[in-house]
Design a protein around this ligand. Structure first.
Ligand code: PDD
Length: 276
């Protein structure tokens, strides 16, 4: 197959990363995962804008225009005859002799390729389980950084417990999931953590907020406690690849009556209308 590599579309075998790429050595880079539905990228502009915002926050200048990256993606989707899948897009600082100091001149490494991925339709209906664990990541969670060790270790706690996701808390306040945003429904009102340095402002999260605004459904971007989460009427997570997944059990205890709730299912329906 073909991949995006430094401004070109090349054969996958030709895209080889240098041992001194700072993405490889320092996790010095940023990324996006973009959903492709029936060959068409979903919320592409939002993802490209966030990629540039992440790059800016780590003092990285992307040597391509947003239009150039958009064109590369459209080109790749055409050449790969894409249907429903995910696009992984990453830009790292580039290749330079190993040194913590950010080099003044360095040329970033851009890669992009398609990964298989169908919609998790079964999970959407049944819901999944989660564990709660302390958020031991850093304080730049708003940057979509490729340094993901904190997320990887949190996810291990979930999979070790046979669960789908690890829900993270900082000092008792729920932030987000290891790779998802977390929502609570209480008395018909939705709650999710505000978009600050403690969460990634998910594109799916933003899409859900616009659906809530449009449909005049009550919500608040405010922190809520572990205890509030445990006593929620409904819980769900959002992400590009998962869309909206009900969480029906946390740390072995059922949420609500242990099945996907009405508000969650309504939002799933509204979201589905967006992707058609
Ligand atoms: N994860 N929070 C974190 C920590 C994430 O890594 C992600 C995305 C989200 C949801 O963001 P969005 O709705 O824009 O996908 C929230 C991606 C999918 C991943 O790393 O695979």
């Amino acid at each position: 197959g073909k991949v995006i590599f430094n401004g070109h579309i090349v054969d996958r075998e030709k895209a080889i990363i240098h041992i001194e790429d700072r993405g490889f050595q320092f996790g010095d880079g940023v990324y996006e995962v973009i959903r492709i539905y029936n060959g068409k990228p979903f919320t592409l502009k939002e993802h490209i804008d966030r990629l540039y915002a992440s790059a800016q926050k780590i003092y990285m200048e992307i040597p391509y225009s947003k239009q150039e990256i958009t064109d590369l993606i459209i080109n790749l989707l055409e050449q790969e005859n894409a249907s429903t899948c995910n696009l992984y897009l990453q830009i790292s600082r580039g290749v330079v002799p190993r040194n913590h100091v950010i080099p003044e001149t360095v040329s970033p490494t851009l890669i992009g390729y398609l990964m298989p991925g169908t919609r998790p339709v079964d999970l959407m209906k049944t819901g999944g389980k989660a564990v709660i664990t302390e958020d031991l990541r850093w304080h730049y969670c708003d940057i979509k950084s490729i340094s993901l060790l904190g997320a990887v270790l949190a996810k291990k706690k979930a999979t070790d417990a046979g669960c789908l996701e690890a829900i993270l808390h900082r000092d008792g306040i729920i932030t987000e999931g290891s790779s998802t945003n977390i929502w609570m429904v209480q008395n018909g009102k939705l709650f999710t953590h505000p978009a600050n340095q403690f969460i990634l402002n998910g594109i799916t999260r933003q899409k859900v907020i616009s659906l809530l605004d449009f449909n005049q459904l009550p919500y608040e971007e405010t922190g809520f406690t572990v205890e509030q989460l445990q006593n929620a009427d409904e819980l769900f997570l959002t992400s590009t690849t998962m869309e909206i997944i009900p969480i029906v059990e946390v740390d072995g205890v059922k949420i609500g009556n242990g099945t996907p709730g009405d508000v969650t299912r309504k939002l799933q329906t509204l979201f589905e209308q967006e992707i058609e």
